[in-house]
Design a protein around this ligand. Sequence first.
Ligand SMILES: Cc1cc2nc3c(=O)[nH]c(=O)nc-3n(C[C@H](O)[C@H](O)[C@H](O)COP(=O)(O)OP(=O)(O)OC[C@H]3O[C@@H](n4cnc5c(N)ncnc54)[C@H](O)[C@@H]3O)c2cc1C
Length: 310
Amino acid sequence: MSFGAALRGRFGDRVLEHAPLAPLTTFRVGGPADCLVETRGAAEVLDALRLARAHGVPVTLLGGGSNVLISDLGVRGLVVRPRGGVIEAAGDAAVRADAAVTINGLVRWLIGHGRSGLEAWAGTPGTIGGAIVGNAHFGGALIGEHVVEVRLATPDGSAADVAAAEMGFGYDRSRLQTSGEIVLSVLLRTGRGEPAALRAAARTSLAYRKRTQPLDAPSAGCIFQNPDPARDRLPDGVPWSAGALVERAGLKGAAIGGARVSPAHGNFIVNDGGATAAEIRALIDRCRETVARRFGVALRDEIVYLGSFQ
Ligand SMILES: Cc1cc2nc3c(=O)[nH]c(=O)nc-3n(C[C@H](O)[C@H](O)[C@H](O)COP(=O)(O)OP(=O)(O)OC[C@H]3O[C@@H](n4cnc5c(N)ncnc54)[C@H](O)[C@@H]3O)c2cc1C
């Protein structure tokens, strides 16, 4: 039986071939997936992984598509996009959330249940699964600091709980970036808080984002990681900020085709409408090369590239 037939046998008409991926990303660019399936719950993710493994088909996970640049050529093999998801209290001091739960949905649930910890993350796009992969950060805090353990699937479709200490969390880093494992769900530590106070903290975060980020145009958030004092050297007086380096290199507002460095935030590239992934990638390379020439700093990607780029 072909892979397509086997997949349809399990997921029916939820299997889409040559499925456009651009609308599933916040950048709104990129070509199609050979095959896309939207899963509901861990059992379906595991079944999709096992079928792909049995047919030798590569698998790519897509969460909220808010930290990726998908190639104009699209993604070969199977793209699995977990959807929906459940949040459950795990005693008084923790909650379990499926990978597909959005960060904003989780923040709302926690606030409504008088649980503190993640209220400052209000307004972060994407899913909790994607946030674990890149160890998302806000205001100096890392999402990994709230994690008790993560339920992971190996690419062959078996699941195991992994303690936070084993996750290889660092700034913009987790072991998932190299292991090929998949997040099924996350157990997060929570405190207690008054919903009104938590809501006020969430509003403060949202207002900060509105003030500092170009939220009116498609983007994927920050393109580059901030420089690392342990690895990088900066000229005196230059802030440890990728956005500031891009700005000081005179690149705010620089454009290639429909891709533009946001005039509001040097670490955001926005799709002015009709940008291709190749144009965005070329602008990223121009920023990296100019900053390296001017300041001697090699900016590292925060964004993830899916599919092939020349
Ligand atoms: C306007 C804007 C503001 C942003 N602000 C912030 C911010 O303040 N802080 C911050 O850290 N980020 C920020 N981001 C980036 C983004 O929101 C986060 O990185 C988010 O956590 C990504 O989640 P996602 O579900 O969209 O992941 P995706 O973009 O879908 O995927 C990212 C990576 O994770 C992989 N992946 C996704 N789900 C899984 C899974 N279940 N198992 C295994 N791998 C998986 C993908 O294959 C890909 O490699 C911002 C983005 C935008 C557009």
